[in-house]
Design a protein around this ligand. Structure first.
Ligand code: ATP
Length: 273
């Protein structure tokens, strides 16, 4: 069906301004005027060097800003509904529900004294009306889909019993367990060995079909591997955005050019022979 509903991007961020508000000091602008939209099936890569404001911009969507940092202005719409002004209870229902997150370091994101399964089951039961048995079955199904090994796909394993790559697969299972419309992945492969990075990127790419995804990365080669849109950030501002093929092969901004010169891209990504 190609009605007007499909023309509405899943995520629309307009003119985001994010400030640091130090106790006793004046506010300092960290992110200035960022506007982005992501449609179903799109994977938007937010690329930039450390401190450019990538993570703050993406996590402001779910109001996951650190203490001392606030959204000063701008709007966020998810599926056409404004969400930046939701009360905390409703926002909490979106996190892990309609918005799934994959963080860089699953070891510090998972509670070490709980099994992978119990973490998944708790999230599934918080967001879906399922009894314990059905929630466990869904947890095993998700872990199996992410290719965790064994009959029960490591559902009863503790985080430290898994390899780094397996833990990241488990985190992707957790992010997707409640069928989110929007997936936000923050440097999901940075902590992994290069061969495992490629496997995780391939897995993420498969899972982005039909939803809107944001991939935060400092690495253009990671963005080139799975993104179809790229936004480049520098010092809290968006300097360039567009289809990935265009940004990679015909960058308009000097900063993008200099980042690309230092990136090790596969020839296919840049269109070079
Ligand atoms: N809690 C905080 N208080 C004050 N400033 C902060 C805070 N968190 C982040 N910042 C600043 O905001 C800016 C943007 O940070 P952000 O984490 O979004 O950058 P990034 O591009 O994601 O970089 P990285 O890849 O290193 O996380 C940086 O200058 C950072 O120092």
């Amino acid at each position: 069906m190609n009605g007007p509903v499909n023309d509405t991007p899943i995520l629309a961020i307009r003119d985001l301004q994010i400030d640091a508000v130090p106790a006793g000091g004046p506010p300092r602008r960290l992110v200035d005027g960022v506007s982005l939209s992501v449609a179903a099936g799109e994977v938007l890569g937010i690329v930039g060097q450390s401190g450019s404001g990538k993570s703050l911009s993406a996590f402001a969507v779910a109001r996951l800003l650190p203490d001392g940092v606030r959204l000063a202005a701008g709007s966020v719409h998810l599926g056409g509904q404004r969400i930046d002004d939701l009360d905390e209870g409703r926002m909490r229902a979106l996190r892990g529900g309609r918005i799934g997150f994959v963080f860089q370091d699953p070891l510090s994101s998972f509670n070490p004294v709980r099994t992978i399964g119990s973490i998944l089951i708790e999230s599934i039961r918080r967001h879906q009306r399922l009894d314990a048995k059905s929630a466990r079955a869904l947890a095993v199904e998700m872990l199996t889909r992410m290719r965790l090994p064994g009959k029960d796909a490591c559902v009863d394993a503790y985080p430290h019993q898994l390899s780094g790559g397996q833990r990241q697969r488990a985190m992707i299972a957790l992010a997707l367990a409640n069928g989110p419309d929007l997936l936000i992945a923050d440097e999901p492969t940075t902590a992994l060995d290069p061969t495992i990075q490629l496997q995780i990127l391939a897995l993420l790419k498969q899972q982005t079909a039909g939803r809107a995804s944001i991939l935060i990365t400092h690495d253009f080669s990671v963005a080139a591997a799975i993104c179809n849109q790229i936004a480049v950030m520098h010092q809290g501002r968006l300097v360039e955005s567009g289809p990935a093929a265009q940004v990679l092969t015909d960058p308009q901004h000097d900063y993008t050019r200099s980042l690309l010169r230092h990136a090790r891209l596969a020839p296919a990504a840049t269109g070079e022979a």
